[in-house]
Write a protein that binds this ligand. Structure first.
Ligand SMILES: Cc1cc2nc3c(=O)[nH]c(=O)nc-3n(C[C@H](O)[C@H](O)[C@H](O)COP(=O)(O)OP(=O)(O)OC[C@H]3O[C@@H](n4cnc5c(N)ncnc54)[C@H](O)[C@@H]3O)c2cc1C
Length: 448
């Protein structure tokens, strides 16, 4: 057999990776275990089967997902024309007839003269190179073990417990103050010493504000688990959903993630009754996560409740809290921006296992992995889109986020380098991001 790219997993990422490589004249072998070996959520043997919602989010550039779609079209996406062909009415969202959409993806891949689809579970690491692993959030167990051996045991996660993430520019800094409990014991009430800037932003609450928040958390609606038994997942104490802590008693949060000890509100000079802490989530410092607020609450309830917190009354949430099964590697430790594994030449990862999240982000990563695997076969170096593009910034989020804070991410404007000036109007801001990204992306595509 001549040179070819081998891909494991024919979901959103694997399908787009196969297409990207084959469209560049490279032969592809794509392994997909369904329908012979099912997963807990897929129902058909179709490639790129949506597993829960049927929405690929907005097409409009007001939403970073809309701009990411434009970037994918620029690279010759397969998924997006299939989605447009089987669109169902859903306002501005690109929602699809899931069965017809995934059937068309399957038929087009089956019909491609350079792609061979093999319906077989891959249970160990193939020796073929280039190799792309795109086995998704529900990677089959033998492959998950092989992946763990490949990246190291502490670099593979099987579960997400994520707190909401907000943008720095949406915080009310007249209420929020910077300080950390660093170096302070639980009982210390001393103010911060002089030194380097503290790591945390703090939202102080008085007693009434705290009790209102605690009550709202305890009464809010929890999302249905996607997978049987997921709601009973064993939580480490540090990973208990915040709504569960709120239900345990009125003071549980004030003694837990919202303890105010070691903090002093500069506006009052006193220790607040409670405090919500925010921790920096990306290297640029534009995204901040609520410490200890991992949650299963429904998204509208998360938004309503986060905005009860002083300083967060206008918070823009770019990633909602989730707690669910998800197989993914610690990309900052193991991945290169080309989606090749660090120190493992010609092994690429794509899709949800890299820490991107969603029906658009996963195939977008697949396109880049497929493109780079094809380039490698032709002796060309790997490429990465510029950081002002959505795909480029998503890649940089994966590889540059400090490893201990790494959590999966969807496309949003908060991960792009900030604009030179602050713009409040959401639409205008999105336009500016898009105007900056488009010429840079076009130049990237022209250079391929
Ligand atoms: C329960 C659940 C609900 C979700 N709901 C949504 C949602 O509503 N919206 C959204 O945007 N995202 C959702 N996601 C995330 C979603 O999975 C991704 O957006 C997208 O499917 C990821 O693409 P992927 O290619 O990485 O994985 P997948 O699309 O899952 O593709 C991986 C493929 O690899 C195959 N495979 C696995 N192991 C092997 C093996 N050893 N050998 C051969 N083939 C293998 C699988 O059968 C599968 O076809 C959900 C995830 C889960 C688990």
């Amino acid at each position: 057999m001549g040179p070819m790219v081998t891909i494991v997993g024919g979901g959103f990422a694997g399908s787009e990776a196969a297409w990207a490589a084959a469209q560049r004249g490279v032969r592809v072998r794509l392994f997909e275990m369904r329908p012979g070996t099912p997963t807990a959520v897929h129902r058909t043997g179709n490639l790129a089967e949506p597993v829960c919602s049927n929405s690929l989010k907005s097409n409009r550039i007001e939403n970073a997902s809309g701009l990411l779609k434009e970037e994918m079209r620029g690279l010759g996406s397969l998924i997006l024309p299939c989605a447009e062909a089987h669109r169902v009415p859903a306002g501005e969202a690109l929602a699809v007839d899931a069965e017809a959409f995934s059937r068309e993806v399957t038929e087009r891949i089956d019909a491609h003269p350079l792609i061979e689809v093999i319906r077989e579970e891959v249970a160990s690491l193939p020796s073929d190179r280039p190799l792309i692993l795109a086995t998704g959030p529900l990677t089959s167990e033998p492959m998950a073990l092989a992946l763990r051996d490949l990246v190291g045991g502490d670099c593979l996660a099987f579960f997400d417990a994520v707190a909401p993430t907000v943008t720095l520019e949406s915080l009310d800094m007249s209420l929020v103050f910077r300080a950390s409990r660093r170096g302070k014991g639980y009982d210390s009430d001393e103010p911060e010493e002089e030194g380097p800037p503290a790591d945390y932003l703090n939202c102080p609450l008085d007693r009434d504000q705290y009790l209102a928040l605690q009550q709202a958390l305890g009464e809010a609606e929890v999302a249905e688990p996607h997978l049987a038994g997921e709601e009973r997942a064993p939580y480490f104490d540090a990973c208990m959903p915040v709504e569960e802590l709120a239900r345990r008693g009125p003071r549980t949060l004030a003694f837990g993630p919202m303890r105010p000890i070691g903090l002093r509100d500069p506006r009052t000079g006193r220790r607040p009754y409670a405090a919500v802490q925010l921790r920096q989530e990306n290297r640029a410092g534009t995204l901040w996560g609520l410490v200890g607020f991992q949650t299963r609450l429904k998204w509208p309830d998360q938004q309503r409740i986060v905005r009860l917190i002083p300083g967060l009354q206008n918070a823009e949430i770019v990633r909602y809290g989730v707690m669910h099964r998800n197989t993914y590697v610690c990309s900052p430790h193991v991945l290169l921006p080309t989606f090749e594994l660090l120190g493992k030449p010609d092994i690429y990862l794509a899709g949800q296992i890299t820490g991107v999240e969603g029906y658009v982000e996963s195939p977008a990563s697949g396109m880049l992995a497929g493109l780079n695997a094809a380039r490698s076969l032709s002796g060309l170096p790997g490429v990465v889109p510029p950081d002002v593009t959505v795909l480029g910034s998503l890649v940089r989020y994966l590889v540059e986020t400090p490893a201990k804070r790494f959590a999966p991410m969807n496309a949003n404007y908060g991960i792009l380098p900030p604009l030179p000036e602050r713009i409040r109007a959401r639409l205008e801001k999105a336009r500016r991001y898009a105007d900056r990204a488009k010429p840079a992306y076009d130049e990237f595509v022209r250079g391929l």
